[in-house]
Design a protein around this ligand. Structure first.
Ligand code: SF4
Ligand code: SF4
Length: 388
């Protein structure tokens, strides 16, 4: 794994060939927010399954009542907090800041490097799998937040003088992701959000308790993936996701914006771009044909992605339509990705090192040959013998 020496902002410029026409993304066009106002997106069959009192689960494996009951339970705290104050929180794309007031004076601090180390230590205790720090780059802040209640832009919750973003990676459950597509597999997303919510808010409260300002953020306020790349947590993949060296693409991202003086991290590379150039497993595996087979493009497939930036972009309209038809979220592009491995195993740590070398095509063949990424029968997940 290489640490990039150029400034993080400059690195992102080069990585995505960001043009002068680049415009910040308006949260109104996020596919979930679009489903609130755009008649061409019909989300009913998707959202209804989150209300277990009215939903009639199917008979097929992975989509039975037990599966939806657990999936919805994995979202429960996130949904409960999201709905506790409907004037403030309008669903999972909105603010989730929950802090109480801190002391009137700021604590005396050690050097920024030491502060960053303590922040990362605290984040790990609160449930983070990885933590990185970057300066807030306004290109990733939404041009407008969106209010689902009014259908209009909503004021930002972010004080302008905050300088840093702490990016938190929450791993998703490996065994559950093997069962995707299934309702039970969707629990890995739900519990990922719920853990992120607890971790980001706990960390924001920790900083508040030191006398500094902190704002916890999930899907609101800013695009998480470029911030995570800037903070040295991973690379960008063909599947439109962050690929981390510790969990591959099997992650959820949250962030804490703060004025606490911190030392920032440098971006990293470990061969993902080159590997994705040889691999098409996510694009081949996507039932909605929503993932590019070709090269990175600078024109988005539709208004749910931003323009002026050259990258592989998932067609959010096709992707979401598949979710709606299936009555649950999909992450086949996570399940099949060769980076989706259990890196507690030494052989997988070796493989990820070798994937950054001329051996990548051989590794890809080996990955297919060994049957990695194949779907596991969802009912097997319920078997206690499989609990590791
Ligand atoms: S989540 Fe599913 S439908 Fe969407 S891009 Fe990934 S594989 Fe395709
Ligand atoms: S499946 Fe292959 S092409 Fe897709 S993100 Fe993973 S490594 Fe890249």
């Amino acid at each position: 794994m290489r640490r990039i020496k150029t400034s993080p902002g400059q690195y992102l410029n080069q990585l995505f060939s960001i043009s002068k026409n680049y415009k910040r993304f308006n949260q109104r066009f996020d596919i979930f927010n679009r489903s609130m106002w755009d008649d061409s997106i019909d989300p009913k069959a998707f959202y209804v399954s989150y209300d277990i009192t009215n939903y009639k689960p199917k008979k097929s494996e992975g989509f039975k009542h037990w599966d939806y009951a657990l999936r919805n339970a994995s979202w429960h705290l996130t949904d409960f907090i999201g709905e506790r104050n409907p004037e403030r929180v309008e669903g999972f794309t909105d603010y989730y800041t929950l802090h109480t007031q801190g002391p009137p004076q700021k604590m005396e601090l050690p050097a920024p490097e030491e502060c960053s180390q303590r922040i990362k230590r605290a984040a790990a205790m609160l449930g983070a799998g990885m933590t990185g720090i970057c300066e807030i780059d306004e290109r990733w802040i939404y041009s407008h937040n969106f209010s689902r209640q009014t259908g209009e832009a909503k004021p930002f919750d972010l004080p302008e003088h905050l300088k840093y973003a702490i990016i938190i990676i929450t791993p998703m459950d490996y065994e559950l992701t093997k069962t995707i597509p299934s309702a039970i597999g969707g629990s890995s997303t739900g519990i990922g959000y719920t853990t992120s919510l607890a971790c980001a808010n706990g960390l924001a409260q920790f900083i508040t308790n030191l006398g500094y300002e902190a704002v916890a953020s999930l899907n609101d306020t800013a695009l998480s993936i470029p911030m995570a790349i800037q903070a040295g947590l991973g690379e960008y993949g063909r599947n439109g996701l962050l690929i981390t060296p510790k969990y591959g693409p099997r992650v959820r991202i949250s962030k804490v914006f703060t004025d606490l003086p911190l030392a920032i991290d440098q971006p990293i590379e470990f061969g993902v771009k080159q590997f994705c150039n040889s691999c098409r497993k996510c694009a081949d595996g996507c039932p909605a044909k929503a993932i590019d087979q070709g090269k990175a493009q600078d024109s988005p497939p539709n208004i749910s992605s931003h323009s002026g930036i050259k990258k592989w972009t998932v067609n959010a309209e096709k992707c979401f339509k598949f979710w709606v038809n299936m009555n649950t979220d999909c992450a086949i592009c996570i399940r099949v990705c060769p980076y989706n491995k259990d890196y507690s195993k030494w052989w997988n740590r070796w493989a990820i090192k070798l994937s950054d070398s001329f051996l990548r095509k051989l590794l890809l063949k080996l990955d297919n040959w060994l049957g990695y990424g194949q779907r596991k029968k969802p009912d097997e997940w319920w078997n206690l013998d499989n609990l590791k």
